[in-house]
Design a protein around this ligand. Structure first.
Ligand code: F3S
Length: 407
């Protein structure tokens, strides 16, 4: 791979050991993928949950921090594996908490912006169209490529840290225009889609086209940002999709022809009301019964979603046997308090859980057996991660079930 004079010096250690180590990692990966050169990045989003990074993640991060590594571009961090202040309340064991806190300290030493959220684009880390970035967190990767039009691969753990410390990444994969060409077509037939339908569409597309770049035709112009956020998260969960083109919304997909870069799709599928209804039922691992936990906020709730939940929970009383946890960031929680939504939510017995979520934290320690959710990503990931049953329904049905204690 071609390196500039400055990059050669970075690799040789003239800019410090951390940058040299980062460049060694980046050039090795670049060579594997036949990258011709490096490109500068304007943003990074790094992983920070011990539940996924394990001890190996601590070793890598602490090594960079010991070598005095500093994030060179605005860098936010994904949720932790626990609420960082109230972890004792959530029965997180002390040794597990200490491992998580070691990860946090290393990130903070290197200058991370501690949003502890999977929605960096809602928290000031908002790159522009066409910019190269390095983001881990599969849901945020789809959002950046598909909604913003900034360019990132679906980074592996540690690589995004190296990219931020070096301020650059090898130019391969989705950094190149030709690799951003849509190659399969999904025709969405219904016109009056509900929030849950966007989740279900993402779930179907990820399952069907796990390693392709789908082009979605037929989504309304008025599709909300939160709906795009949930749909992308679901397709990145059931598949390894790093980007989709939503015709008329994705900046590189003003038309179908532009999304396909003038080519024809290799495959086409249609999603109608019948498919949506069938898959919505099939996602649940059990259809009815007692529920222990309602988990909403995947990806982390925006303020608008908090508002919708406050409306649903107003004057309701959640049954004592049911935990109702809404996952979000500290920033959104603060706004929910300021606006009064948090008071309404908490008066119902629901709780706002910040900095973490039901997938990356050890919720199995609380003894839950059946979890109900309105998120297709949660519904796909929670049973595998925590060996529990899951029931997937609309948010208003989740609230009704939480009040009754069962479905
Ligand atoms: Fe975010 Fe956790 Fe979902 S990290 S995307 S809320 S699985």
């Amino acid at each position: 791979m071609y390196l500039t004079k400055k990059e050669e010096k970075m690799l040789q250690g003239e800019f410090g050991e951390a940058i040299s180590l980062a460049m060694q990692m980046l050039t090795k990966i670049g060579d594997i993928y036949n990258a011709k050169r490096m490109v500068e990045i304007s943003s990074a989003h790094v992983l920070g949950h011990f539940g996924s990074l394990h001890k190996a993640g601590i070793i890598v991060l602490e090594k960079f921090a010991e070598l005095n590594g500093k994030y060179q571009v605005p860098t936010t961090v994904d949720p932790a594996s626990m609420d960082l202040e109230r972890w004792r309340e959530f029965k997180v064991p002390a040794d597990y908490a200490e491992n998580q806190l070691r990860l946090c300290r290393a990130h903070l030493k290197m200058g991370v912006t501690p949003i502890w959220s999977c929605t960096p684009y809602l928290h000031g880390n908002l790159p522009r169209f066409g910019e190269h970035i390095s983001w881990a967190e599969s849901s945020a990767v789809v959002f950046s490529n598909s909604v913003i039009g900034s360019r990132t691969n679906r980074e592996t753990v540690g690589f995004e840290v190296a990219a931020s410390i070096a301020g650059r990444t090898p130019e391969y994969g989705l950094h190149l225009r030709e690799n951003r060409k849509g190659n399969v077509l999904v025709k969405i037939k219904p016109r009056d889609l509900r929030d849950i339908d966007y989740n279900t569409i993402g779930y179907i597309v990820g399952k069907e086209f796990g390693d392709k770049l789908p082009v979605l035709e037929g989504l309304p112009q008025g599709t909300e940002t939160d709906q795009l956020k949930s749909m992308g998260a679901a397709m990145a969960s059931t598949g390894a999709i790093p980007m989709c083109h939503v015709v008329g919304i994705t900046p590189e997909a003003r038309t179908l022809d532009e999304a396909l870069q003038g080519d024809l799709p290799s495959d086409t599928m249609e999603i109608g009301n019948t498919e949506l209804a069938r898959v919505e039922q099939d996602i649940s691992t059990t259809a009815s019964g007692k529920i222990d936990l309602v988990a909403v906020g995947c990806p982390h709730c925006s303020l608008n979603e908090m508002r919708k939940l406050a409306i649903l929970l107003q004057n309701k009383k959640i049954r004592e046997s049911v935990a109702f946890w809404i996952y979000t960031s500290k920033c959104v929680e603060a706004l929910a308090r300021e606006t009064g939504y948090a008071d309404i939510i908490e008066a119902s017995g629901a709780r706002i859980s910040t900095q973490t979520c039901a997938v990356v934290s050890p919720i199995n320690l609380c003894g839950f057996k059946t979890v109900m959710t309105n998120s297709a990503k949660f519904a796909n990931a929670i049973p595998a991660e925590h060996k529990v049953e899951v029931i997937y329904r609309k948010a208003d049905e989740c609230v009704k079930a939480a009040v009754r204690g069962k479905v």
